[in-house]
Every structure is written in C-alpha cells, then in structure tokens.
Write a protein that binds this ligand. Structure first.
Ligand SMILES: Cc1cc2nc3c(=O)[nH]c(=O)nc-3n(C[C@H](O)[C@H](O)[C@H](O)COP(=O)(O)OP(=O)(O)OC[C@H]3O[C@@H](n4cnc5c(N)ncnc54)[C@H](O)[C@@H]3O)c2cc1C
Length: 325
C-alpha cells in the first residue's frame, strides 16, 4: 500500500507504464444576449489554455440558433486556436437547407460536425417525424455530411437508452448505423453512475462498434434544473445525488463545492477505470470544469509540452476505451 495522494498519479508518469494524455472537449451553447455572450467568452478564454481536443457549439431545437451557432463557431475560428465542432440537427428542415448549413460551416473553416437527429419541434412529448424532404434520422444526416465534405463527424450515444428507443438493442442499432455512415466518435448523454457507462460500453463493443465512446460529463451547477433536464432526456438521477444537494437550494456557495466534489469523484473513478477522454457540458461556465480538469492533471498551455496531463495506463484498462482524435 502506498501513501501517495490519489491525484498525484495524474501529473507524473509512473514506473515504466506507458504515459497517456488526458484529452478533454468542452461543449458550449450559443448565447442569446450580450450578457450571455460575455459569460461565454470569459469561459472560453479561461478554458482555452487547457488545450481541449475540440470545443463544440450546440444547435438550438429545430435550427432555432442556426445563425448564432454559426457566428459563435466563426468567432472561435477567428479569435482562438481552438478546433470548433458545430452541432447540427435534421429537425424541420429540407435536405437542401441542411446541406446549405453544412456547406457554410465548411466554407467558414469548420472541420468537425456533431450530427444529431434533434428533438421534435413541438417538444419531447411530441412524436418525432422527419421533415418530408429532410434527412430521416441522424445516420442519414451523417451520410449526407460525408457525401458533401471530408469533415470529422461525432454523434450522440445514450448509456441509459434514448427515451424514443423501444429497446437498448434499437439504440445500439442506431449507433451502429451512424458509425457505418461515417461517424468517428460518439459522445454520451450525461450520466451519474459510472457503472451505467461501462455496462453500455461493453454492449457497444459486443455489437462490434469500435469508435471511441467519450463520456459526457455534467458538473451539476443547478440541481433542480439538472433533475428536470435529466427527466427529459432519459438520464437517471440517483438518490445519493439528490441527498448530496438536499437543503442547498438557497445556498449557492455550498452547492458549488458539492458539485465540484461530485464531478471530481466521477471523473477520477472513470480515470481509474481506464478512461482518458472526457466531454464536458460546460453550460457556458468555466469554473467547475476548470477545477475538474486541473484535478485531471491539465495545466494551462504548457500542458502538452512538459509532461503535465500525462498519466500512466492503469493496469486494468477497460477494453475499447480509447483516445479520441
Ligand atoms: C452529445 C450530445 C449533443 C447534443 N447536441 C444537441 C444539439 O446541439 N441540439 C439539439 O437540438 N439536441 C442536441 N442533443 C439532443 C438530441 O438532439 C436529442 O437527444 C434527440 O432526441 C435525439 O437525437 P440523436 O441524434 O441523439 O438521436 P438518434 O441517435 O438519432 O436516436 C436516438 C435513439 O432514438 C431512436 N429513434 C430515433 N428516431 C426515432 C423515431 N422516429 N421513432 C422511434 N425511435 C427513434 C433511435 O433508434 C435511437 O435509438 C444532443 C445530445 C447529445 C448526447
């Protein structure tokens, strides 16, 4: 038994184990107001020196943020060294309209698209129906993007099954179809029980899907909101998580400390079990995510050059958890 503090392993290659770098990506949503724009850019400025593998910008339901997604991505390209991934859904639009968006992303210099079906325009209680002249589903969209361009494509994955999906098998069939159409990576919906992720990963690998399945991590900034959001997207919120936030509705400062502790516990356990790539749902806020990345051994800008951010491959690395990019 060693008395070594747990986190020190992440910043120092140990023994003769192969050193491996933690890679992160950050997801943002396009801001609606000037104030939100300011918050977003403060967050991007804070997180950029951690040299994420990529940063992604969401696409509002039914294309409602088409212009804002585009201008946020363009600004990232113009003002930072970050590699932006633009999200795109196929809801309520013809193929021609979607193809125009793909071409304009490519024309602006985007080299990575996160391709999604999206939610029905009337909300998740409505049954999804493809636009009569549109892409049928996310796999069809991936194929469309690949027909038009060379961009890298990432897609979604659901460790707890997508609510529309009748079975886990149907979910895996859709993931397989998206990968067959050319997706290079899946990013998961957020989850709080790591066992759910590993169980899902086993099923993904057993289905013969071999792309990286990067865990999506949500550091809970607002428990009530997270619970409501989780209910809509089919993610479970364990009782232990509710207990941790119990009584803190009016205590933002303690909530934040608890949120950091919960997220740290989750990612460190994932690292212990062989995961090296993380996608953070930032909610356009940097501080919690920055702190968790710090725990993971990432340091501003010199991270790539001086060995920080390297970790040894744990002996029992999970089969198939491999790096992105
Ligand atoms: C990483 C990530 C990023 C996201 N980014 C955005 C974003 O930028 N903008 C946005 O609006 N949403 C976003 N979403 C949410 C996503 O659009 C919704 O979850 C949507 O309901 C499904 O789209 P998908 O591409 O994830 O689903 P898909 O992979 O296409 O489908 C998920 C499951 O639902 C089943 N299914 C699909 N269609 C039907 C149908 N008609 N009938 C029965 N079953 C069906 C499939 O078989 C599959 O099992 C994101 C989700 C994730 C995980």
């Amino acid at each position: 038994m060693t008395a070594e503090p747990r986190a020190s392993r992440f910043v120092r290659p140990r023994g003769d184990g192969e050193a491996r770098r933690i890679r992160v990506s950050f997801e943002f949503f396009p801001p609606k107001t000037e104030e939100m724009e300011k918050t977003l850019w403060e967050s991007i400025t804070r997180l950029a020196p951690l040299e994420p593998n990529f940063v992604s910008v969401t696409y509002g339901a039914g294309g409602s943020t088409r212009e804002r997604t585009h201008s946020t991505v363009k600004r990232i390209l113009a003002e930072t060294a970050l590699a932006p991934a633009a999200h795109l859904t196929c809801v309520a639009a013809t193929r021609e309209e979607i193809d125009t968006v793909i071409r304009s992303y490519c024309g602006a210099g985007v080299r990575h698209i996160v391709a999604l079906r999206g939610d029905p325009i009337g909300g998740i209680d409505e049954r999804y129906a493809p636009h009569p002249g549109g892409y049928r589903n996310a796999a069809d969209l991936v194929a469309g993007i690949k027909r038009l361009s060379e961009v890298e494509v990432s897609v979604s994955a659901y460790p707890e099954k997508h609510p529309d999906s009748p079975t886990v098998e149907a979910d895996l069939d859709m993931l397989a179809a998206k990968v067959d159409a050319g997706a290079a990576r899946a990013i998961t919906q957020f989850f709080f029980e790591n066992d759910l992720y590993f169980r899902y990963l086993d099923r993904v690998r057993a289905r013969g899907i071999d792309v990286p399945v990067v865990p999506g991590i949500l550091a809970v900034q607002n428990f009530k909101q997270t619970k409501a959001f989780a209910a809509r997207c089919g993610a479970s919120v364990p009782d232990w998580l509710a207990e941790r936030f119990d009584g803190l509705d009016d205590d933002a400062a303690t909530r934040k400390l608890i949120a950091a502790a919960v997220a740290a516990e989750q990612v460190l356990d994932l690292v212990d079990r062989g995961v090296t790539d993380f996608h953070f749902y930032t909610m356009n806020r940097a501080d919690l995510v920055y702190a968790v990345c710090h725990l993971l051994g990432l340091r501003p800008s010199q991270a790539a050059g001086n060995g920080l951010g390297l970790l040894p491959l744990p002996g029992g690395e999970r089969v198939g958890v491999r790096g992105v990019g």
